[in-house]
Design a protein. Structure first.
Length: 288
């Protein structure tokens, strides 16, 4: 078991772990129960349900595996897990109004553009390719974007030639974009404040038609890692707080600086830290 992951269903965190031998994901049963029921104690709920399934002769419980996962206290515990196929069966035996909604999300999340791109992001982190890129450059950001979205978007890695808006925000006009990108590239990046200022300006530029946030957060972490020997523990930054801070950053970067500063860590060689960062980064882009 090598790759840990989080999936987010309506702000509920579902832990997952990758099994290399059989090339499949395993998912925490307790997390799934918490996501689709109103039980105040999802662990007890699952214990009772497991007993009932055994008594009824269901083979589902025999396919349950105990795998070590990190809990809220930071420690790793043996956790009941099901493979993707068995999760689908499990959810169907739990009486809940959220069943169909959860299954739509669960099946779709791995097959969507975001799901496929997220797998590419894992591979990018594991490949060591980032170490060969020039941090803080436009070319570096293009390389990251091309890796994440290659084969998914025909504009992967390509600077946009159209002016775009998002949620009422107008990003840099296409006719001025290349000029602005050259100026951003030349911005200093030796201190925390300078790096965040550069990140904010790159976000305002929004050089791609889609996928800017996901690519630029990896670009930012590479800058922090290279220049300051630090990185962001994105799990410490609430989604709503992050999105609000980024909206405000066009006129005042103090909120995003405070959020990032409070989540900095020196665990730059911790593989799980970067994998977790990918999960949260993609979570930020999910619609509410």
């Amino acid at each position: 078991m090598s790759k840990l992951s989080f999936r987010f269903y309506k702000d509920h965190k579902v832990r997952a772990i990758w099994e290399e031998e059989n090339a499949q994901w395993w998912f925490s049963v307790v997390d799934i129960v918490a996501a689709i029921t109103d039980s105040p104690n999802p662990r007890k709920y699952w214990s009772v349900l497991k007993t009932r399934l055994k008594r009824s002769g269901s083979e589902l419980t025999t396919r349950c595996s105990q795998l070590k996962m990190t809990a809220a206290d930071g420690k790793r515990y043996a956790t009941d897990c099901f493979s993707q196929e068995d999760v689908i069966q499990l959810v169907r035996v739990i009486p809940s109004k959220k069943t169909e909604s959860f299954l739509d999300w669960f099946v779709y999340s791995d097959n969507s553009i975001d799901g496929q791109s997220k797998k590419k992001a894992y591979t990018l982190i594991e490949s060591g390719l980032l170490d060969s890129m020039r941090p803080g450059t436009v070319e570096c950001l293009q390389q990251i974007h091309a890796y994440l979205f290659g084969g998914l978007y025909d504009f992967a890695g390509k600077i946009r030639t159209k002016t775009i808006w998002k949620d009422g925000t107008l990003f840099c006009r296409a006719e001025y974009l290349m000029q602005n990108l050259r100026l951003i590239e030349q911005m200093p990046e030796t201190t925390f404040d300078e790096i965040v200022d550069k990140y904010v300006e790159m976000n305002v530029a929004h050089p791609f038609m889609e996928g800017n946030g996901r690519a630029t957060r990896i670009w930012l972490d590479l800058l922090f890692k290279t220049r300051l020997r630090l990185c962001v523990d994105w799990s410490q930054i609430d989604k709503k707080d992050y999105l609000a801070a980024m909206r405000n950053s066009t006129t005042d970067a103090s909120d995003i600086k405070a959020l990032l500063h409070g989540a900095m860590t020196d665990r730059i060689n911790d593989r799980e830290m970067f994998m977790k960062g990918i999960d949260y980064s993609y979570y930020y882009e999910q619609p509410d």
